[in-house]
Design a protein around this ligand. Structure first.
Ligand code: MSP
Length: 512
């Protein structure tokens, strides 16, 4: 059965800061799912971008002594560069300062207004610029005369005229929606938190500000700019052409799976406000919102003041892109918090990538070069080889696919490396290097079995390590047109001439 197209997004990143590991992480996860889905023959649109309005960005520009537009142009470029550094296959990149986005925000505003979902009132309450969020008095703590939000951000009392969205009217309909779509919020623990929050009652939401200028003007009342989260969330439909429902890409909102990947800190905005805005405007809500956990660095919370921010560019320069991509998704279950440690990265690079996978490929391909004149033996399998294939190789694409669809990246990779371990056990047991003289027919069979397994591993690992797996597939002699999941059904012809192998991964010799 063919799957509907997939629309997958990352959060759009605030340009008050340089890109760090948290940004790279969400984008990487989205990239792997996008690449996997394309490999499985699914149509995909993958979007990322930058969130450039609001008081926090305005202040960052002031601190840098620049005009907001020049400042955001500069910092947004750093995020665009990050897509290249991380090898992202995004189809679009959106900036909220683009004219198309201003138009989309204003159109959504008018749609909400036309449906009676917006009214003018006055806002009085606690606001945290760092989070760009309002908090109730019961959520705050006080230290040295300063009040703080649960996130640790300081809050200030704000009093100004404001437009409101009738969020309080949507609590019941949201709860009903969560109930009918049990997979809407994942993981389940997060779903329960959101439901409890909505059950505790929703207040109308202040959606405009008059105390600063750096935002999208409210149509018909330009003394107000839109609340930055209404502006930011709208990016997901701007990019597909909203409000032009005839736009080429609009079908990715109308009839695709709409999946937002976000960090746990911004789940509330995506799982409560966003579906409420959309339903109130008569648009489809997202299909799924998945909240991932946060990284610490060698056991410590990551923060600018501690000076332990992990720079993805430096990390990739030191260890190579694919090992970093592999590590970030292999080390910690997506959805849980995890710790970044150099020792753990080096362990996985040396042990799993270089030793288990890289050496297996190199040993097998070197033996084919040396003992089979570099020609792939014809298809076939010994009894032991057939058992190894039936148990670990043939079922692997489906095992991996099921786990990736659930965003269990670590479990998908674990399944592949379990099969890699089995393949290593198989080569050790069969010792093909000793068979050249005693049983060359069996040697050829064993090498072919291992080659078939390596082709499956490399095909399935392409979404996670695209560059290295392209090299591995080259070495295995797999033509470029035969690297999809569907292509695995057709065995490569015997007698195929294979190029000389070369090591795939560089071990870290003297870990610092
Ligand atoms: N601009 C908003 C998102 C608007 S989406 C319509 C925003 N931007 S952000 O740049 O502050 O954060 C982007 C993402 O980075 C969030 O999903 C957040 O969870 C993630 N991370 C920030 N620090 C992180 C870690 N230490 N670890 C993992 N992810 C982290 O919020």
């Amino acid at each position: 059965m063919s799957r509907p197209p997939l629309y997958i997004t990352t959060p759009i990143y605030y340009v008050n800061d340089r890109p760090h590991i948290g940004h790279a992480y969400t984008s990487l996860a989205a990239d792997v799912l996008a690449r996997w889905s394309r490999l499985a023959g699914r149509e995909v649109y993958f979007l990322t971008g930058t969130d450039e309005h609001g008081q926090k960005v305005e202040r960052a520009a002031q601190d840098a002594g620049e005009e907001p537009q020049a400042f955001t142009d500069r910092v947004s470029q750093a995020f665009r560069d990050l897509t290249a550094t991380m090898g992202l296959s995004n189809d679009g990149f959106i900036r909220t300062t683009e004219p198309r986005h201003r138009a989309a925000c204003q159109a959504l505003w008018k749609a909400l207004q036309a449906r009676g979902e917006i009214y003018l009132g006055a806002y009085e309450g606690w606001y945290a610029v760092r989070d760009e969020a309002f908090y109730g008095p019961d959520e705050l703590t006080e230290r040295d005369g300063v009040k703080y939000a649960p996130s640790g951000a300081p809050v200030a009392w704000v009093k100004e005229p404001s437009y409101f969205f009738r969020l309080s009217n949507w609590a019941e309909r949201l709860l009903d929606f969560y109930e009918k779509h049990p997979d809407f919020i994942q993981p389940v623990s997060r779903r329960n938190e959101v439901i409890a929050f909505v059950k505790s009652g929703l207040h109308d939401l202040s959606i405009s500000r008059t105390s600063f200028r750096w935002g999208v003007p409210v149509p018909g009342d330009e003394a107000h700019v839109m609340y930055v989260w209404l502006d930011a969330l709208t990016n997901y439909i701007t990019a597909l052409g909203y409000p032009d429902e005839k736009a080429e890409l609009w079908r990715f909102w109308q009839s695709a799976e709409r999946l937002h990947l976000v960090g746990k800190d911004i789940l509330r905005f995506h799982a409560i406000y966003w579906p409420a805005f959309l339903m109130a405007a008569g648009l489809n809500p997202p299909s799924r919102v998945f909240a991932h956990g946060w990284w610490t660095n060698e056991g410590q919370k990551i923060s600018k003041s501690l000076g332990n921010v992990i720079d993805p560019v430096a990390l990739v320069a030191e260890f190579g892109l694919d090992p970093v991509r592999y590590f970030l998704l292999r080390e910690v279950p997506f959805g849980q918090d995890g710790d970044f440690s150099r020792a753990a990265l080096i362990n996985r690079l040396n042990g799993e990538l270089a030793d288990a996978l890289g050496n297996l490929a190199n040993r097998t391909l070197s033996l084919i070069q040396r003992n089979c004149a570099g020609l792939l033996p014809p298809p076939g399998a010994s009894e032991a080889g057939a058992a190894f294939h039936a148990g670990f190789v043939a079922p692997l694409p489906q095992r991996v696919g099921e786990r990736l669809e659930r965003l269990e990246f670590h479990a998908a990779l674990e399944a592949i490396f379990e099969a890699v371990r089995e393949a290593n056990a198989h080569i050790t047991r069969e010792a093909p290097w000793a068979l050249k003289k005693t049983d060359p027919a069996r040697m050829a069979l064993v090498l072919r079995e291992l080659h078939d397994a390596l082709r499956v591993f490399a095909t399935l690992l392409q979404p996670v390590m695209p560059g290295t797996m392209a090299r591995m597939l080259d070495q295995l002699g797999v033509p470029e047109g035969a690297r999809s999941l569907a292509a695995l059904a057709a065995p490569l012809p015997g007698g195929l001439a294979l190029p000389a192998p070369a090591p795939l991964f560089q071990k870290i010799q003297n870990p610092a």
